[in-house]
Write a protein that binds this ligand. Structure first.
Ligand SMILES: Nc1nc2c(ncn2[C@@H]2O[C@H](COP(=O)(O)OP(=O)(O)OP(=O)(O)O)[C@@H](O)[C@H]2O)c(=O)[nH]1
Ligand SMILES: [Mg+2]
Length: 352
């Protein structure tokens, strides 16, 4: 039955197909779309910027063999600690002797001495109570609590206060990234006192006045006293301006730290300026793709030369060396290099 109906309709089907063929061939071809002429643009892709050597890569290259690379769990732990801890300015002082616990020790010793020097026949119970008093001479008892301390030091204008801000503000939740804990200024010699920040009641950071040009003898004495006498001091960050390089004063400080047996790290600040210096900006403007490998090689060689000249690499116990930038530019879009410094600090304070 089915085959019969196909036989009946076959002529009809073939006629219909032929008419469709005719129709299709009768349609005139569409005109080819005219491609608008695009003028040749200079290379716009900024992908190469991502290939520029990052401060963390410089940390790796200049890591002394005796140190381990920080692990991902260590970095996560230190990031969590700093990002979640409350930071507060505890004290601002020009003299080492005025530091709360140093002052407390001094005053209570004087009180005890006064009592012991008193004529035994005239000593009253009241005098004894005063001598043994736990009163803190008006000092906030919170500031007397012993905590591990980290000192940030370096030449004037090297970026000490900026680094304190980067380390302590960082990616803190609910805090404006540009918030300033330590005051920053382009005027060298801006920080004139020791400024102490309490971090989550677990450790303290002490920002210091710079030495060298625009430094001041009295301020220098406060810092040197601090290094020489402070038993809570667990780590010093010696900052070096990447553009200026290691100076004679820096090496004097380094020698002093070695003699006092205080652990320290060398931190190169303003890495953004070194990177900027090696970017062939003129040829980029003219549209050519820069040779990133060459840029990176130049940056590494620049630091190799600085370190070679400073003799820091020949020390019996090499310091850890870190690279960081607190400011950004077109080619260095983020503030880099704080994660590793945070880890190093916590490690020396026994908190990692
Ligand atoms: N380009 C660049 N500039 C920076 C960086 N860190 C700090 N600066 C600038 O350097 C200047 C000095 O910065 P501060 O953080 O005040 O330096 P300091 O060492 O505390 O200076 P003093 O307290 O005067 O000894 C300011 O203008 C900062 O913005 C950095 O990583 N890159
Ligand atoms: Mg400062």
């Amino acid at each position: 039955m089915i085959s019969r109906s196909i036989t009946v309709f076959k002529p009809l089907i073939s006629r219909r197909c032929a008419s469709i063929d005719y129709l299709v061939s009768a349609i005139p071809p569409l005109p080819k779309p005219v491609q608008p002429k695009i003028p040749i643009q200079p290379q716009k892709s900024k992908e190469w910027i991502k290939e520029i050597i990052a401060p963390s890569k410089l940390n790796e290259i200049f890591k002394a063999p005796e140190y381990q690379q920080f692990t991902t769990p260590e970095i996560t732990k230190s990031q969590t600690f700093f990002n979640n801890s409350k930071v507060e300015l505890e004290w601002t002082l020009a003299d080492y002797d005025e530091i709360p616990d140093v002052k407390y020790e001094r005053l209570s010793k004087a009180r005890q001495e006064r009592y012991e020097e008193m004529d035994p026949y005239n000593k009253t119970e009241y005098d004894e109570t005063i001598a043994n008093s736990k009163k803190s001479f008006g000092i906030n008892p919170r500031h007397l609590r012993p905590l591990p301390e980290v000192l940030i030091m370096g030449h004037t204008n090297v970026g000490k206060s900026s680094l304190v801000n980067s380390l302590l503000v960082g990616n803190k939740k609910g805090v404006n990234k540009s918030a300033e804990l330590a005051y920053v200024s382009s005027r060298a010699g801006y920080t004139k006192t020791l400024n102490c920040f309490n971090i989550g009641s677990k450790l303290r950071f002490v920002d210091s006045p710079g030495y060298g040009r625009f430094g001041d003898d009295k301020q220098g004495k406060a810092v040197i006293d601090y290094i020489s006498h402070r038993t809570q001091l667990k780590k010093v960050l010696v900052l070096v301006d990447s553009v200026e390089g290691v100076k004679e004063e820096d090496m004097y400080i380094v020698d002093h730290l070695v003699n006092e047996g205080v652990p320290f790290d060398l931190v190169f600040t303003k890495v953004d300026q070194v990177i900027y210096k090696f970017i062939p900006r003129k040829s980029i403007k003219q549209g050519s793709q820069p040779d990133v490998e060459k840029i990176n090689e130049n940056i590494v060689n620049y630091y190799k030369e600085i370190l070679f000249d400073s003799n820091t690499l020949e020390m019996a116990l090499s310091p850890r060396i870190f690279f960081t930038n607190a400011r950004v530019n077109k080619y260095v879009p983020e503030a880099f290099g704080t994660k590793e410094i945070r880890c190093s600090v916590l490690q020396n304070c026994g908190l990692l």
